[in-house]
Design a protein around this ligand. Structure first.
Ligand SMILES: [Zn+2]
Ligand SMILES: [Zn+2]
Ligand SMILES: [Zn+2]
Length: 297
């Protein structure tokens, strides 16, 4: 479940409930996958382990963020913990999917017949668990809740595919269907992790958030007559949601006390429109000497 984008107001009671449900279901799948000798079920178990982990991490980072405020050592607080947990989560999924692939690929040529009837039962359970979860989250209004709901629907559809495969397997005895499903699911998981890792790396490299065009932001700041130019503009994101801006703004040549304050107000209003809540501005008079005017960072 993509709870990486959870907010402080997501109630931790519902998170805890979802975590316990997901974790129990993951354990059922792992045991069921081993008992039915089905790599398809096991690959879906890996996916659900990832969901459980991200829910567990969300619970943990929520608590840490609430209990541990910013202090003299971690002056930004602990928002970046979500980056760390996303990375751990991604690595666990890479390891799990790779393990499944090494088990499933040889089975394509040397099928090891799984217990089709058990697979059918587990798939029906998977559809029920995820389907009910979709129905309970569908009324959610926040973007986060919608993302979670969509994800759960995807999970339910994944189980529907496994169900169809198991039924075909049951009637035809084509054992290669099981590893084929496992390879498909694992590749899908890895494909999504690559996307997630790209986002994490971008945050680690302190790249500007994709939702904001730095040129548009710069132009908006410089649009006020009291502001002549800007430099030392740095925009990055703590966790993908909370962005940080630092900027030097040079005032117009004949600026006085009133224009100084107007410029400051303008920058505050502009950055608020871009939903930047952590902004540091340095205003300079035109005849000031700032070393950072010439540098390219
Ligand atoms: Zn899932
Ligand atoms: Zn601050
Ligand atoms: Zn400067």
């Amino acid at each position: 479940m993509s709870t990486d984008h959870h907010h402080e107001h997501s109630s931790s009671a519902s998170l805890k409930r979802a975590f316990i449900l997901n974790l129990s279901f993951t354990i059922i799948e792992l045991v069921g996958g081993l008992m039915t000798n089905s790599v398809a079920i096991l690959s879906d178990a890996v996916h659900d382990l990832g969901d459980s982990l991200s829910l567990g991490f969300a619970l943990w980072t929520d608590r840490v963020a609430r209990v541990k405020r910013a202090d003299d050592q971690s002056t930004y607080g602990y928002r970046r913990l979500t980056l760390l947990s996303s990375l751990i989560n991604a690595l666990v999924l890479v390891a799990g999917s790779t393990l499944i692939l090494t088990e499933a690929l040889p089975r394509l040529w040397n099928p090891d017949p799984p217990a089709a009837l058990g697979m059918i039962g587990l798939s029906v359970l998977g559809i029920l668990v995820n389907g009910i979860a979709v129905l309970t989250t569908r009324r959610g209004k926040t973007l986060n809740e919608k993302v979670v709901s969509w994800h759960l629907l995807e999970d339910a559809l994944g189980w529907a595919v496994v169900l169809v495969g198991s039924i075909v397997l049951y009637f035809t005895g084509w054992a290669w269907i099981d590893p084929l499903l496992a390879v498909g699911i694992s590749v899908f998981i890895l494909f999504n992790i690559v996307r997630r890792i790209k986002e994490i790396v971008s945050l680690f490299l302190q790249q500007a958030p994709r939702s904001i065009d730095v040129n548009v932001l710069r132009t908006a700041i410089e649009s006020h007559p009291a502001i002549d130019s800007t430099h030392h503009l740095h925009l990055w994101s703590l966790d993908g949601e909370h962005h940080i801006l630092t900027v030097h703004a040079v005032l117009a040549a004949d600026s006085d006390d009133r224009l100084y304050r107007e410029a400051k107000c303008h920058i505050r209003d502009t950055t608020r429109k871009f939903e930047l809540n952590h902004v540091t501005v340095e205003l300079e008079y035109a005849n000031e000497n700032c070393d950072l005017r010439q540098t390219n960072h």
